[in-house]
Design a protein around this ligand. Structure first.
Ligand code: FES
Ligand SMILES: [Fe+2]
Length: 431
């Protein structure tokens, strides 16, 4: 029986090669420690530059226990500010997004610039002689890193550099952004937002889990075992289930990959890409080829990736394209935001088609994602029981192949989940 006191030693005992202790999902003390040691240290995805195009544009979000403002300052620089008034502590900005010349706290009217600088204190004659406005600027995230518009921040002054964190995943971001004829993407079509009663890691594990699809998402496949089409120009989707309810061979061939730090991705199942055609998709292909040349366009249009996880809080979906942000709220409460991605330079009809398909697959009342939410909620309930303490993640254990720093395995196995818990242990046990 594990000690209830959390020492580094018994934290590390929660993770074994092919299993994890249920407490990692259910213990509020572990959640608090995750917010401190994992979300308080790791590079976290904050937002995308397209959400803050002009000076004064902002979005608000949460990075672990920190409410933050992602904004663009008057000099065009991207700022990640802690959304906590330096007077008595309230969130300064309550709106989800907007544009402001300054951020004014509702309580006593202190006003801050888009660089966090304290600009105005009402009734200044009441300030003590020792009060200096320059000591009360909004704090900024200690470290900010940007790659192709994806903004990340770390709340730790030191630790792995942004380059170390993102380098192995740059190709996965490129894979998405290069699909845009203008080489640029935009998060400007709203988002799907939902909250489920389960631990945040359930969603993180799930984005690279190909094992569950034929079962959890059985309602999305037709009688011949093929999932509905999820891309503009496809006549049908992936073969998932074979005769007799068995998982289809095509599906079983999918691979998953890990590169350390908890990151990973899954390969795409080849769809009928030769046959992919529609008036909008054909115009898109022409626009892309006109920008990058026919050969490069062909490479870009040959799908390589299905889902990518940049641990711990963001995933990129390569099929019906979107970016998913995972926000832990409590040990048993998680918010998920799904942003449709617009490929800048692609025909509006094609971008619109992606949003429409995302409504079908990932809206709060949709096929696909709602199935997963049900699994997470049921898992959280089941994991409360303590006669069986361990959660099995051993599929494919020992079968991993590693070359040039990349490990690969079948995507219906659980290598990627084990890799996430290795990273989890690294963050949690570093003191
Ligand atoms: S608490 Fe923000 S101005 Fe007083
Ligand atoms: Fe799923």
């Amino acid at each position: 029986m594990l000690d209830s006191v959390l020492t580094t030693n018994n934290l590390s005992q929660l993770i074994e090669p092919g299993r994890v202790h249920r407490r990692v999902y259910t213990d509020p003390a572990i959640f608090d420690l995750e917010m401190e040691r994992l979300f308080g240290r790791a590079w976290l995805f904050v937002g995308h530059e397209s959400q803050i195009k002009k000076p004064g544009d902002f979005i608000t979000t949460e990075l672990g226990k920190y409410p933050v403002i992602l904004t663009r300052h008057t000099d065009n620089s991207v700022r990640v500010l802690i959304n906590r008034c330096t007077h008595r502590g309230p969130k300064v900005v309550n709106e989800k997004c907007g544009n402001r010349r300054q951020f004014t706290c509702l309580y006593h009217g202190w006003a801050f610039g888009t660089d966090g600088k304290l600009l105005r204190v009402p009734v200044p004659e009441g300030c003590s002689p020792a009060f200096h406005t320059d000591k009360f600027d909004l704090a900024g995230a200690p470290r900010v890193g940007i790659y192709r518009g994806f903004v990340f921040a770390s709340m730790a002054q030191s630790g792995a550099s942004f380059e170390e964190h993102i380098a192995p995943m740059k190709g996965n971001i490129d894979d998405l952004v290069d699909r845009a004829p203008e080489g640029e993407i935009a998060f400007d079509a709203g988002m799907h937002r939902y909250i489920y009663r389960g631990n945040w890691k359930l969603q993180v594990e799930n984005v690279l889990d190909s094992y569950h699809v034929p079962f959890s998402h059985a309602s999305t496949v037709s009688r011949d075992g093929v999932q509905f089409a999820r891309r503009e120009g496809d006549e049908k989707g992936t073969k998932v289930v074979a005769e007799g309810g068995r998982t289809a061979d095509e599906w079983k061939k999918r691979r998953s990959f890990t590169v350390g730090r908890g990151h990973g991705w899954t390969s795409n199942t080849a769809l009928d890409d030769g046959k992919r055609a529609s008036p909008a998709f054909n115009r898109y292909k022409e626009a892309l080829a006109a920008k990058v040349g026919a050969e490069r366009a062909q490479q870009i249009l040959t799908p390589r990736l299905h889902n990518t996880l940049i641990y711990p809080n963001v995933s990129i979906m390569g099929l019906n394209i979107h970016v998913r942000v995972i926000k832990p709220l409590a040990v048993d409460l998680t918010e998920v935001n799904i942003y449709p991605v617009r490929l800048v330079g692609a025909p509006d009809k094609m971008n619109f088609g992606n949003i429409r398909l995302l409504n079908v697959t990932h809206a709060a009342a949709s096929f696909v994602q709602t199935d997963d939410l049900e699994s997470f909620t049921r898992a959280q309930i089941g994991l409360q029981s303590d006669l069986t303490d361990w959660v099995d993640i051993s599929r494919g254990l020992g079968a991993e192949k590693t070359a040039d720093g990349v490990s690969s395995e079948f995507a219906t196995h659980e290598m990627v989940v084990r890799a996430q818990y290795q990273a989890w242990r690294d963050y949690m046990c570093a003191v």
